[in-house]
Design a protein around this ligand. Structure first.
Ligand code: FAD
Length: 288
């Protein structure tokens, strides 16, 4: 591993100052991506800025209007929170798929988002849930929808001196719920060949009145698929609607071929995942 300095600021302002002070500064949350990268692909020296000492990054609040997940909250902590799992089962099940129990004790969904892997599991789930990035900087901060945050493979919209403080997720209304599914070639500890997050809102009659569908691992970034949502809205999530939504996901994807699967295979799998995730989200919404 390359040489590094380590600082653990105690306030948001001090994190921003530390990020601006060093020639090369990099945030560490759980370190489950960062340390692997520092041991292998990028051994250049840097200052590591630990954000885990801040009250703001450790927030996990379920409010009347929104849920806030701070950038230091591990996916294990999220999954131990029963109320959160009931409200946002898609987001929490995405976190529950990241690595092993040991990895989940460290890994954060915000780190997953900042790392910006095309196959990052929490990203389609957060996009489907309508999450907003809460970004800290020297100018009082800014917000950005998660679907605009990842800009390419391994890149994100953070400017120098900025870091992700947490994500805000609109609190799902009655009869609204989400789901996330991925497919991997093994039973666990692998990265997605394809993934799909879906959130739906139903009326009292069971008609879908709102939906968001996002796909992962089938394009350079996770993407929102409005055409898939349109296929679900206005009907009762019947077979024809699910089929059309799946086809819209296939049409929106632009996957690569690699050792985990061919592009053609990924296009088919993402449609199946969309159909199944929409069905699960619908079942959950009916019971919510
Ligand atoms: C064995 C193993 C299995 C894995 N399995 C999966 C899997 O199944 N699915 C999956 O999606 N991922 C998987 N991962 C990858 C990794 O665990 C996740 O991406 C994890 O969510 C990263 O979170 P972290 O808090 O550890 O991020 P870190 O490693 O701390 O950070 C990751 C990157 O984001 C930056 N960063 C982190 N937080 C912030 C912030 N708040 N503001 C600005 N920049 C920030 C860091 O500088 C770094 O570049 C696996 C990793 C390992 C080692």
């Amino acid at each position: 591993m390359g040489a590094f300095a380590y600082v653990a600021p105690q306030s948001v302002d001090d994190v921003v100052a530390a990020l601006g002070a060093a020639d090369r500064a990099q945030v560490i949350a759980g370190g489950t991506d960062l340390l692997v990268q520092m041991r292998s692909v990028d051994r250049e020296p840097r200052t590591i800025v630990d954000i885990k000492s801040l009250a703001e990054t450790n927030r996990l609040d379920i409010g009347d209007d929104e849920v806030y997940v701070g950038a230091a909250v591990s996916s294990a902590l999220m999954n131990e929170n029963e109320a959160l799992c009931n409200l946002l089962p898609g987001v929490t099940e995405a976190g529950d798929l990241i690595g092993s129990t040991q990895i989940q004790g460290r890994a954060t969904i915000c780190g997953n988002l900042c790392n910006a892997s095309p196959a990052g599991d929490s990203i389609p789930a957060l996009i489907a849930a309508g999450a907003i990035c809460d970004i800290a900087n020297a100018n009082g901060g800014r917000e950005l929808p998660v679907d605009e945050f990842v800009t390419g493979v391994g890149t994100n919209a953070l400017e120098p001196g900025e870091f992700l403080l947490g994500v805000k997720i609109p609190r799902p209304a009655a009869h609204s719920r989400d789901a996330y599914l991925r497919f991997i070639p093994r039973t666990e500890m692998d990265i997605a060949v394809a993934g799909c997050g879906v959130s739906v809102t139903l009326d009292d009659d069971g008609t879908c009145t709102a939906a968001r569908v996002a796909i992962g691992a089938v394009a350079p970034t996770a993407i929102l698929v409005p055409a898939a949502a349109d296929a679900l809205i206005g009907g009762k999530l019947d077979e024809a609607a699910l089929q059309a939504a799946g086809e819209a996901c296939t049409a929106a994807s632009s996957p690569i071929t690699d050792k985990r699967g061919t592009a053609e295979y990924r296009r088919k799998v993402v449609a199946v995942l969309c159909r199944r995730a929409a069905e699960i989200a619908g079942q959950r919404a009916r019971g919510a």
